[in-house]
Design a protein around this ligand. Structure first.
Ligand code: HEM
Ligand code: HEM
Length: 174
């Protein structure tokens, strides 16, 4: 077994805080409450902090280590289809696309939520519709994200959820 430190504490705290706060607002907290707005803004703050960390953070946390790449993503699909296994120490190319999607969607949820509270946009239908559509899109994305994490963990025999807790990925050396 080879152990590599991939996720620094900030990435891990960011991830599990986002999971808790997003789930709370999407399913449990009354959406007309002040708490809903506060949790929503906390999500926006977390995402903005993560974006900053994408430039300043440790090696695998930086955006430069997982640039959005369609060729990388199709390469990974080919890899899956042909049964080849390549080790990705940090985020995989498909994982990277999902991460950019989730970060952008969280910001749009926050922005549309904020617009609903302003005098200028209060009572208009479209910010509310945008808010709901983005939340639904985020939920679909999260389901795909979790399925992909489980699938990739089984395929590559690297326990990805555990790495998001401990910070270390463990690779079999053959
Ligand atoms: C509301 C639910 C969730 C959201 C919004 C979410 C969002 C994210 C985001 C934004 C990242 C990128 C992390 C970063 O680089 O900062 C990520 C990565 C990751 N998430 Fe989640 N996540 C959710 C649920 C889960 C769950 C339940 C699991 C465990 C089964 C999980 C496992 C992972 C793993 C393993 C990675 C790293 C993937 C890789 O190795 O490339 N996530 N997630
Ligand atoms: C992760 C962040 C957030 C999530 C998951 C979320 C989720 C939701 C959901 C599921 C609804 C119900 C939509 C429906 O009626 O079908 C809602 C409504 C609403 N949200 Fe959010 N929201 C978030 C952030 C925010 C923020 C930052 C604000 C503003 C400060 C906000 C303000 C509102 C308002 C004003 C409503 C409409 C309440 C009403 O029915 O009058 N939300 N949100």
């Amino acid at each position: 077994m080879k152990k590599i430190r991939v996720w620094d504490p900030l990435v891990r705290v960011f991830h599990w805080s986002l999971v808790i706060l997003f789930t709370a607002n999407a399913f449990f907290v009354d959406d007309e409450s002040k708490l809903h707005d506060a949790i929503g803004y906390a999500v926006v703050a977390l995402v903005l902090m993560r974006i900053l960390w994408g430039f300043l953070g440790s090696r695998y946390a930086r955006f430069s280590s997982f640039p959005p790449s369609l060729s990388g993503a199709t390469g990974q699909l080919t890899e899956i289809a042909t049964g080849r296994k390549r080790i990705h120490v940090g985020h995989t190319p498909l994982g990277a696309l999902m991460i950019y999607n989730l970060l952008a969607t969280m910001l749009l949820i926050g922005l549309s939520g904020y617009l609903m509270t302003t005098d200028a946009f209060w009572g208009l239908k479209w910010p509310e519709e945008l808010h709901e559509a983005c939340v639904t899109w985020a939920e679909i994305s999260v389901v795909l994200h979790i399925l992909a994490v489980i699938y990739e963990s089984a395929r590559t025999k690297v326990n990805l959820p555990r790495a998001m807790v401990t910070g270390y990925k463990e690779f079999r050396v053959e």
